[in-house]
Every structure is written in C-alpha cells, then in structure tokens.
Design a protein around this ligand. Structure first.
Ligand SMILES: [Zn+2]
Length: 81
C-alpha cells in the first residue's frame, strides 16, 4: 500500500484556526491563565511596569483574567502596579 493522504490532511478541520504563535510579535501571553492573545484583537489590556524596562502593555484573554490580575498582581510576578 502506497496511498498518500496528503490531500486529506490539508482538508482536515484545524483545531486552532487562529494559529497563534508566542514567537509572533503580535501575540502576547496572558499572565494569569497562560493563554496566547492576539494583540491586534485583544479587548482586555492594561499598562503595567515590566521589570526595569519601563511600562508595557499586558494582554488578557478575558475580563475575568484582567480582574484576577488587578486583584493580586504579585501572584503573577508584578509586585506593584
Ligand atoms: Zn486568561
């Protein structure tokens, strides 16, 4: 048997249609749950000090994660906001 399944593989449903890649500069990681977030469509963001590098933007997957972060930033590695 030498059948090739390449065509079928390409037509398979993609379980992750957004193709988020954490090495993509447009992708950030939610500090609360660890989900990858597309910066271009993120609706839950906030400014926060990023170590000694000044202020950066944090991206959250949902209002719930943002609220959790704001309630206790130290738990996620940001001792002060
Ligand atoms: Zn999240």
């Amino acid at each position: 048997m030498t059948d090739s399944n390449d065509a079928e593989v390409q037509n398979a449903l993609d379980p992750n249609p957004e193709h988020l890649d954490e090495n993509d500069p447009n992708v950030a990681r939610d500090p609360v749950c660890g989900m990858l977030v597309d910066k271009r469509t993120a609706q839950n963001t906030m400014s926060a000090p990023v170590n000694d590098k000044g202020v950066g933007t944090l991206y959250f997957c949902s209002p719930d994660c943002k609220a959790l972060f704001e309630a206790n930033p130290a738990q996620y590695g940001y001792p002060s906001l």
